[in-house]
Design a protein around this ligand. Structure first.
Ligand SMILES: C[S@@+](CC[C@H](N)C(=O)[O-])C[C@H]1O[C@@H](n2cnc3c(N)ncnc32)[C@H](O)[C@@H]1O
Length: 262
């Protein structure tokens, strides 16, 4: 009889943003499989004797190929009652959680998802930016800026998004930011549209820039912002209430491999 694999969202970095369910499972698990963007303070919740496997990836550095991660999960589930597969943010948002869930289900392993607080909402919130606002339209799109590298995905129609979405929350977008901003403007977005980029949101390394869309890529380069970062584009940025922004947590985001902006 195999155990259960829990696909657990670790949240964006601030350990206080872990869900109670994530906290409970981490404290009780027999084995942990974890990614890059999880602070030490969260990993410290795992019992001393639990098996721990790092399978993190950074852009351009696929340290552990996805099939190997899938195989590790199946193997651990055969030996343990409670296996936590911990992922930054939410496991089902640009986290390959869906692929891992399907793989486990195909192998007859019990699997449950535990949603987490996604960086795309939390990082702007730690600047006081709400990702929706009644005065800033009715739609927001979560989109990856990574697709030029990830050939497995259909490419993003940035010009189409410029016309169809009131706001954008862009994950993994720093590397392609000049191209993304140019395409959004070519698609009809006003070059003066407000935009923000937040590096390491919710933790000690949090830094940000706010600029007009046309100048965002240059502002990011001048400020030397680097991955992990979230970019927000749209009138929501003008609805910022700086007074409501929490202090970032005094924990470090582990950056295990030299960073390529992304
Ligand atoms: C593979 S995606 C995983 C997203 C994750 N599943 C989530 O829901 O937040 C990794 C990207 O999320 C963003 N990200 C994750 N944590 C972040 C943070 N604390 N601050 C800013 N961006 C972050 C960055 O764009 C990073 O490159």
């Amino acid at each position: 009889m195999s155990g259960t694999v829990f696909l657990v969202g670790a949240g964006p970095g601030d350990p206080d943003l872990l869900t109670l369910k994530a906290h409970r499972l981490l404290s009780q698990c027999d084995a942990l499989v974890y990614d890059s963007l999880v602070p030490r303070e969260v990993l410290a919740l795992v019992p001393e004797g639990a098996e721990k496997h790092f399978v993190g990836k950074r852009r351009g550095h696929h340290s552990v190929p996805q099939p190997s991660t899938n195989a590790v999960l199946v193997e651990l589930a055969h030996r343990h009652r409670c296996v936590v597969r911990l992922k930054g943010g939410d496991p089902f948002l640009f986290g390959r959680g869906g692929e891992e869930a399907a793989h486990l289900a195909r192998h007859g392993i019990a699997v449950q998802v535990v949603p987490g607080v996604t960086a795309g909402i939390a990082a702007p919130a730690y600047l006081g930016i709400p990702v929706t606002h009644r005065r800033a339209g009715s739609s927001i799109t979560f989109v990856t800026g990574h697709e030029e590298i990830d050939k497995g995905r259909p490419s993003v129609d940035w010009r189409g998004l410029a016309r169809s979405s009131d706001g954008l929350v862009i994950y993994m977008g720093l590397h392609n930011l000049p191209h993304i901003c140019a395409e959004l403007i070519a698609g009809g977005l006003d070059p003066t549209t407000p935009a923000a980029a937040v590096q390491q949101g919710t933790v000690r390394g949090q830094r940000s820039v706010i600029a007009e869309l046309a100048g965002l890529a240059q502002a990011v380069r001048q400020s030397e912002l680097s991955s992990p970062a979230i970019v927000v584009v749209g009138e929501v940025v003008n609805q910022r209430v700086a007074a409501c922004a929490p202090e970032p947590a005094a924990v470090e985001m582990p950056i295990p491999i030299p960073i390529t902006p992304g």
